[in-house]
Design a binder for this molecule. Structure first.
Ligand SMILES: Nc1nc2c(ncn2[C@@H]2O[C@H](COP(=O)(O)OP(=O)(O)O)[C@@H](O)[C@H]2O)c(=O)[nH]1
Ligand SMILES: [Mg+2]
Length: 373
C-alpha cells in the first residue's frame, strides 16, 4: 500500500516506514504539575529522532505494497470492511449465478445500492453511467461490475497531490480544525508520530484550551512520541498558545509545529473568527504559516461531514482533509462527494485509535479497498 510513498516535488514529501510505537510510554512527564501556573509551559519530552532519513525511494504502487506484506493495505481493507461488506452484499444481491443483463432496471438497482454508502447522488450517478457505458446489453458477473466500479471510483478520487506541503524553511506550521469529537487530537498524535519517525522534530501546541482533558490527551501523545508540547493555562487565548507553539518551534529549530484547536461548528461565527486570529498570529511569526490547515472529518458522520467541510473550507482556509474513523464507518463512500464538491485534497485517513493508524490517502488503494471482494 502506497500510503507513505514519496512525491517527487521538493515541496511535498510523504512519509514512509512509520516508526514503531515505542513500547514504553511512561517516560514522558505526563504527570507533570497542572498547567495553570504560567502562561505557557514547554515540555522537552526527550530527544527528537536524529536518525530517520527523509530520502525517498520513489513511488510504489498498491500492488507492490500488498506483495510486500501489505500491512497498511490490509489495515485499510480492514477499516473499509463495513462499507465494503454492505456494498458487496447489496451488489451481490443483484446477480444470479448465470450473471445479469445490464439494462436500465439493473442500473437503477445498482444506483440504489451505491447511494447507501453515503457517496451521494452525483457520484452514484457517475458510477452507474460509467457501468452503463461500458457494459450495457451484456450479461455480466459481479466481478466484472466491481472491476468497472473500482476503476471509475479511482478516477473520481484521483487528486493532484496528497502529501503534506512543507515550508521551504522550517518550521512547517500545521493547524488542525474540525467539529468536536471528529478526531483532531488523535489524528495529531498519529501524524506527529509519523513525522517524528521520519526524523523530523515536532512541537505540538495544545490550542484546545477549553477542556483540560484535551490538553492532557495531547500531552500523553507527546509523551508517547517523545516530542515537545506547548500548553497554555486553562481557557488561555488559543491564539497565544498557537503563537508560543510556533515560537518554540522556531527557537528550538523544530521542523514542524502542529496546533490543536477546540472543536467548533462551522456555524459558530465567533469561533470561526478565532481560527482566523490563530492563522494571523502564526503568520506573523513564520512566513507563510499556517502552511497546512487540516480539516478533520468523522467518516461515521456520512453526509453530515459534507456540510462541515463546506463551512470550514470557506471560513477557515482549509488546505486538506483528514478523514478519521474510517474503520468504524459503513459510510466510507462519503469520500466521493467530499472529493467532488471541494477543491480540498484528502491528505490522510484515520484507520483506528492506535499510534500507527493513519495513512496517507491513495486513490487507487482506497478504491480497491472499497470494492474488492
Ligand atoms: N476508531 C477510530 N476512532 C478514532 C479515530 N480517530 C479518533 N478516534 C476516536 O474518536 C474519539 C474522539 O477523538 P478526538 O481526537 O478526541 O477528537 P477531537 O475532539 O476532534 O479532538 C476518541 O475516542 C478517539 O479515540 C479513528 O481513526 N478511528
Ligand atoms: Mg481534541
Amino acid at each position: 500500500m502506497a500510503f507513505w510513498r514519496s512525491k517527487k516535488k521538493s515541496d511535498q514529501e510523504s512519509l514512509e516506514d512509520p516508526r514503531q510505537a515505542p513500547a514504553n510510554d511512561t517516560s514522558h512527564p505526563t504527570d507533570a504539575p497542572p498547567t495553570d501556573a504560567g502562561p505557557v509551559r514547554d515540555q522537552a519530552a526527550g530527544p527528537a529522532s536524529a536518525a530517520g532519513s527523509t530520502e525517498q525511494t520513489g513511488p510504489r504502487g498498491a500492488e507492490a505494497d500488498r506483495s510486500a506484506g501489505g500491512g497498511l493495505f490490509a489495515k485499510m481493507r480492514g477499516a473499509l470492511s463495513k462499507t465494503r461488506q454492505t456494498l458487496n452484499t447489496d451488489i451481490r444481491d443483484l446477480f444470479k449465478a448465470e450473471g445479469r443483463l445490464v439494462d436500465d432496471e439493473f442500473l437503477d438497482e445498482l444506483f440504489a445500492r451505491l447511494i447507501r454508502t453515503d457517496m451521494g447522488v452525483s457520484s452514484a450517478e457517475a458510477i452507474r453511467d460509467d457501468v452503463g457505458t461500458r457494459l450495457r446489453a451484456r450479461v455480466v458477473h459481479m466481478d466484472e461490475v466491481l472491476e468497472t466500479i473500482t476503476q471509475q471510483t479511482k478516477t473520481m478520487l484521483t487528486q493532484e497531490s496528497s502529501g503534506l506541503q512543507f515550508a521551504e524553511q522550517p518550521p512547517t506550521v500545521i493547524l488542525v480544525v474540525g467539529v468536536n469529537g471528529s478526531g483532531k487530537t488523535t489524528s495529531i498524535g498519529k501524524l506527529a508520530n509519523h513525522l517524528h519517525g521520519t526524523g523530523r522534530r515536532v512541537v505540538l501546541g495544545a490550542g484546545d484550551t477549553f477542556r483540560a482533558a484535551a490538553v492532557e490527551q495531547l500531552t500523553i501523545w507527546a509523551g508517547r512520541i517523545g516530542c515537545d508540547i506547548v500548553t497554555g493555562k486553562p481557557e488561555a487565548d488559543p491564539a497565544s498558545v498557537a503563537y508560543q507553539t510556533v515560537e518554540k518551534a522556531v527557537d528550538s529549530g523544530a521542523d514542524v509545529a502542529i496546533i490543536d484547536t477546540a472543536g467548533r461548528l462551522q456555524t459558530q461565527t465567533n469561533l470561526m473568527q478565532q481560527l482566523e486570529k490563530i492563522r494571523r498570529v502564526v503568520g506573523k511569526k513564520v512566513d507563510g504559516a499556517p502552511h497546512e490547515v487540516l480539516l478533520v472529518l468523522d467518516a461515521t458522520a456520512g453526509q453530515n461531514a459534507i456540510s462541515q467541510a463546506r463551512g470550514f473550507s470557506e471560513a477557515a482556509g482549509c488546505t486538506g482533509i483528514v478523514l478519521a474513523k474510517l474503520d468504524g464507518s459503513a459510510k466510507g463512500g462519503v469520500i466521493l462527494p467530499i472529493r467532488e464538491q471541494f477543491q480540498l485534497p484528502v491528505k490522510f485517513v484515520g484507520l483506528g485509535e492506535g499510534i500507527d493508524d493513519l495513512a496517507e490517502f491513495d486513490a487507487a488503494a482506497f478504491a480497491k479497498a472499497l470494492f474488492e471482494v
